[in-house]
Design a protein around this ligand. Structure first.
Ligand code: MN
Ligand code: MN
Length: 285
């Protein structure tokens, strides 16, 4: 099914696809990245970084070695965005149909579009420095600058929330926009209160969370394609994950760029994946 073995698998992902509840998968795609490429190397760098951590997450009292997870490997490198979108949508449909929880690693943020398209009746929360709401960018509809727009076309703009925004272009402002909470408001009232308020307005019960790693401040996550100051802290994002809790149905982390990383960004991405899996598993039990 267009999969390539990564050589190294995500730590503790020892279950078969059929036995697993969580399905990990990498999408090494960065063809539309506008500023600095490299996100295609992220899945394997994140896998490597995942061995840094204890299997036991004491604050959740969850041992990830007890959680049934499978690492499918990487989606074969795709020539065009359209090809990537078709391939990934097919894979995620299979995961969702089998009642499993997808945990994906980009690639650039464009890789989130087909993941969301594989779901019905969900809301999407995007943690991102950017609104990503352009109609098209450099002539492309499937671009990392258009992610929120494509997602809104699938789930409805009223079911999209972007958290941590500090970069909006004039052309994005002129349209009917998704709900967003900017980083300056978050700083003013506190991340926890800001997220609680915003989460309260999300009407769909089931939520897909997409983490564009540039939503987190470049001081913590420097290895990314388009770094943007004034970001969230990792601890604030950890709190957001816990607040979504049992409503989580899937997760992905995107825009990690190993060529610009000393390893911290990949480690942070791996730890966030482990956090989501622990929180979702705790709520399933
Ligand atoms: Mn993005
Ligand atoms: Mn971004």
């Amino acid at each position: 099914m267009n999969m390539v073995s990564p050589g190294i698998y995500f730590a503790d992902a020892n279950a078969s696809f059929d036995d697993a509840k969580f399905i990990i998968c990498g999408v090494p795609f960065d063809r539309t990245t506008s500023y600095r490429a490299g996100a295609r190397m992220a899945p394997n760098a994140i896998r490597q970084a995942s061995y840094n951590f204890e299997t036991y997450l004491f604050e959740h009292d969850i041992d990830l070695s007890d959680v049934p997870m499978n690492d499918m490997g990487n989606v074969e490198e795709c020539g065009s965005s359209e090809e990537m979108v078709d391939t990934v949508r097919g894979i995620v449909k299979k995961i969702v149909k089998a009642d499993k929880f997808p945990v994906f690693m980009g690639g650039e943020h464009t890789t989130t579009i087909p993941i969301v398209e594989a779901f019905d009746d969900i809301a999407v929360i995007s943690i991102d420095a950017h609104l990503d709401y352009r109609e098209s960018y450099l002539g492309m509809k499937y671009s990392h600058a258009c992610v929120t727009r494509r997602i809104a076309e699938h789930v409805g703009v009223e079911n999209v929330l972007v958290f941590g925004v500090r970069s909006i272009s004039a052309e994005e402002k002129s349209d009917k926009m998704p709900q967003y909470v900017d980083a300056f408001t978050i700083c003013e009232i506190g991340a926890e209160r800001a997220f609680e308020k915003a989460l309260g307005t999300v009407r769909k019960k089931r939520i897909f969370l997409t983490l564009d790693i540039d939503g987190i401040d470049p001081a913590f996550a420097p290895g990314t394609g388009t770094p943007e100051p004034f970001g969230l802290s990792p601890m604030e994002v950890k709190k957001c994950i816990s607040m979504i809790g049992g409503r989580l149905v899937g997760f992905d982390v995107t825009e990690v760029s190993p060529p610009y990383d000393e390893g911290n960004t990949a480690a942070l991405a791996a730890r966030m994946m482990r956090e989501v899996i622990a929180v979702a598993w705790k709520n399933m039990k």
